[in-house]
Design a binder for this molecule. Sequence first.
Ligand code: FAD
Ligand code: MLT
Ligand code: ZN
Length: 456
Amino acid sequence: MSPLLEELAAIVGPAHVLTAPELVAGQVTDWTGYWTGHTTAVVRPADTAQVAAVLAACHRAGQPVVPQGGNTGLVGGSIPLEGELVLSTLRLNRIEQVDPLGRTLAAGAGVTVAAAQQAAAEHGLLLGTDLASRDSATLGGIVATNAGGVAMVKYGSTRSRVLGVEAALADGRVLTRWIPLVKDNIGYDLPGLLTGSEGTLAVITRVLLRLVVPARHTATVLAGVDSVVTALALRDAVNRAGLTLEAAELLTAAGLDLVCTRQGLRHPFSEPTPYAVLMEVSGPAEVAEILAEALTSVDGLADAALEEGHSARLWHYRESHTETIAASSSTPAVKLDVAVPLGHQEEFLGRLGPLLGERFPTARPICFGHFADGNIHVNVLDVSADERDAVSDAVFTLVRRYGGSISAEHGIGRAKNRWIGLGRSPADRAAMAAIRTALDPAGLLNPAVLRFDTDR
Ligand code: FAD
Ligand code: MLT
Ligand code: ZN
């Protein structure tokens, strides 16, 4: 063992410095299977003091570090691609408090989203962030990536849920912003800055999140639609009927067919439609009847399956997309997570298939996503290794033509570094680089992630 690893073992205990290849294997490959790195050790501190001590020791030794939570990120940001040490937050897994009066949750960064949701539910409250990776993704991870997810249409991004954080800087100093109030206007919003920083500014060790009150009556509908315009008309009809959108997701025929085939599900519609919409809405006790009535007011709707409450059965058609796509591509799918202004989504989706088909004959695009937020997950299956960047280039160029974003919710990570210039100006990148240098002058935290030195 090197002197650094011996020092780390003294801090966290020898059992929590993993070095054997079979023990670190799960931490050096990402969820998509595309990014694989290598490391001398995965270190698992148990509290903020240990995280700070680990970082201070690494700082003295000039050792780069990759913070890792549940390792469900989709942009290669949690993987030690250059041999960095992995700092796993999974032992920071204590739910400290749910305050039902203040509607807050205080917890370690390694607590999973599902565990936090459960803790909130025990007090009749809701986390306000939800995503299909909930069983593994951590609170530190959703804060570090400013995760979006299916509840964003109602409750906003993770950033809007963050009241406070405790975090250790690269040199081991600890920042604590911990006021359990939405009103706290003293200086820069450091928790907001760390949210979405992808492990490049600090290691988040504890989070203080704002909870919300769940809707009492909900209904879920999965409806076949002829266009995105009709999907948006359905959203408007729901709002006009006085209902609230809890979630609004778009599926395509290709995605739905694939999911039905691979998951052995009965196709939900008697007639095929180019798109389908999954919506969960809330309202008064008669929400299901009001929703059924609203559906009749929209032209371009085909079959619709409607169920009272949160329908796990209908959600399964949507939530199994990511896994199904991963299992169905002959090469790791190119996962692009873009946003396109709502008025252009129809045209964007209409042009995407032919554009890719012309240049990449084997490529199979499958799109889905949080359409009411403008967010479309463009997955391109069966792309050869030497075509991956050109596929991304083509999609991002189209996105920019419509004034959209090349990264809606997954972040930049390692995967999107090349294209950051398509979304941020040189002055903007210089400002971000200056912040990073101020907090981590030696450049030791997640050095390969969120690079601002792109030449575009
Ligand atoms: P990791 O993957 O471990 O890390 C992600 C990034 O955060 C890395 O850069 C890492 O260095 C950094 N990081 C992690 N923890 C910390 C910490 N404590 N301090 C500092 N930096 C840290 N994302 C969405 O936004 N919306 C979705 O709807 C969504 N759905 C998904 C569904 C599936 C099936 C899967 C596999 C992924 C999905 N994701 C989604 C992506 C992913 O789950 C999120 O990005 C999640 O926030 C990552 O959490 P994690 O704990 O797994 O973080
Ligand atoms: C989702 O919304 O399911 C995700 O962000 C995951 C994905 O893009 O595959
Ligand atoms: Zn998503």
